[in-house]
Write a protein that binds this ligand. Structure first.
Ligand code: SIN
Length: 479
């Protein structure tokens, strides 16, 4: 098997030979598939220097010129869709068809923001006296550092890179240790697309060292992070020293309300996508279902039948729907959630067990439905990040909305009803940043993805996504 060994990408050069390696392993087979350097603070500092040097020229370019480079980058990513998808499946484990979907999703952020930079508008405001004008303008934030997760090895990078570069910022990315190879493929293509040196840099290795270095350097003006809520809280504390700007996309615990008038065929199709995409390892994964009493039994029965059709295995093989979990911790958590739920009265209608090979380091968990779920179960309160779906019963919509909101998280929520008045009330009552109404796949480049409460700060995607990379300045002018 061909192994992939990459160096860091700093100032348009490939550096870091001789450093200890971060070894990348296929979570479906345990095979060693490649490596990247385990860089020290020096590399982060070099990247900060490169991004600072590149900033004046890149930020002065017209939005149209930056857009042209991004458009070329988009075309190259799409030309290499199959190759990137294969690497992604090997390092993350998600089925190849999902990896291809992710490459397209990742590329869509580059395509969309290649255009959106042209719409960064300021405004002129009437002054407070005669011959006084106020001009409001927007300028790039400056050098941005990004820390990205393993669950979406490409899209969580481009969702930051697209708006940052389009706004005129320069970027340093720290990809995850589990899945850095997809990022390195993206860096190679950035070089080919003609993204100028220093505008996009990649530093691999330890995330703590990286965040300490970028957070203590005044030249870095913003940190954008996708990952867990505990790490997000630490970054908030670290950012205090410099009052650094932050965008944080953190954990979730998505509720799903299924009303008695829902179109169940559509609900099941959407629920399957919302739960089992990426083996349930997404921040917006359906984590708990509240089904109205009169359709509860039918939903449990039909979801069970649907889940039984899923094939679990190596995502590179044909016909696989659900890949492995990324690591032992994820596998053990899935097992704990199921055991706890069973102790508290849940009924496993399908799944409920995993298969671990600790020698190889591979961890598969069977897609699972837990019927008769109740509010005391850990799974109804803690993010699972695995292919397990608990289903509870409810009677009145108010009760379901209250239970849905009873969490520190506020990223994504879903509900299913054919009734517009009822749906409007539910959507207005849910304290979540992303709401799927008869929709289990709400993510899109043009939509402002992000959460309320402990699910994060800021938005990624859409018009709001580029604002995160802009400073507002006004000129008070006496004429
Ligand atoms: C995430 O899990 O953080 C991202 C999911 C998505 O963009 O759909």
């Amino acid at each position: 098997m061909v192994q992939l060994h990459y160096l860091n990408y700093i100032n348009g050069e490939w550096v870091g030979d001789g450093f200890n390696k971060v070894k990348v392993v296929n979570p479906a087979t345990g095979e060693y598939i490649g490596s990247v350097p385990n860089a020290d603070e020096e590399h982060a500092k070099q990247a900060i220097e490169a991004a600072s040097q590149a900033l004046p020229e890149w930020s002065k370019k017209s939005a149209a010129d930056r857009g042209d480079v991004l458009r070329k980058y988009f075309d190259l990513i799409m030309e290499h869709e199959d190759e990137i998808a294969e690497v992604m499946t090997k390092e993350n484990g998600k089925p190849l068809k999902e990896s291809k979907g992710e490459v397209q999703y990742a590329a869509s952020f580059i395509e969309w923001y290649a255009e959106e930079g042209k719409r960064i508008y300021g405004r002129t405001v009437p002054g407070k006296r005669e011959n006084h004008r106020i001009k409001v303008m927007k300028q790039p934030v400056g050098v941005v550092a990004a820390i990205t997760p393993w669950n979406f090895p490409a899209a969580m990078i481009t969702r930051k890179l697209g708006p940052a570069l389009s706004a005129g910022c320069t970027l340093i990315v720290k990809p995850p240790e589990e899945t850095p190879l997809t990022c390195m493929k993206l860096a190679k293509l950035a070089e080919e697309a003609g993204i100028p040196k220093g505008v996009f840099n990649v530093v691999n290795g330890n995330p703590e060292k990286f965040s300490e270095t970028v957070m203590s350097d005044m030249r870095v003006r913003k940190l954008t992070f996708t990952g867990s809520t505990p790490v997000g809280k630490l970054l908030i504390k670290q950012s205090a020293e410099q009052v650094m700007k932050l965008s944080l996309e953190l954990g979730g615990h998505a509720p799903v309300i299924v009303c008695d008038d829902a179109d169940l065929d559509k609900t099941i199709e959407m629920l399957m996508a919302a739960k089992f995409r990426n083996s349930g390892q997404t921040c917006i994964a359906a984590n708990r279902v509240y089904a109205q009493s009169s359709i509860y039994d039918e939903l449990v029965r039909r979801m069970t039948a649907e889940v039984e059709k899923l094939n679990v295995g190596n995502g590179l093989e044909d016909g696989i729907d659900v890949g492995p979990l990324i690591n032992k911790e994820g596998f053990e958590k899935a097992g704990r959630h199921v055991e706890d739920a069973q102790e508290k009265g849940a009924r496993v209608t399908t799944g409920g067990e995993g298969q671990a090979d600790t020698d190889k380091g591979t961890y598969f968990y069977k897609p699972t439905i837990l019927a008769d779920a109740n509010y005391d179960m850990v799974i109804m309160n803690e993010e699972t990040f695995g292919p397990i779906l608990p289903i509870a019963k409810y009677d009145h919509d108010d009760e379901a909305v209250k239970a849905a909101n009873d969490t520190p998280f506020g990223l994504a929520a879903y509900f299913f009803t054919q009734n517009v008045s009822r749906g409007t009330r539910i959507s207005e009552g849910l304290e979540y940043g992303i709401i799927g109404w008869n929709d289990g796949i709400p993510s899109a480049a043009q939509a402002p993805f992000g959460g309320m409460k402990q699910s994060g700060l800021g938005r990624e995607g859409g018009q709001e996504g580029i604002e995160e990379y802009l400073e507002v300045k006004y000129v008070s002018l006496s004429i």
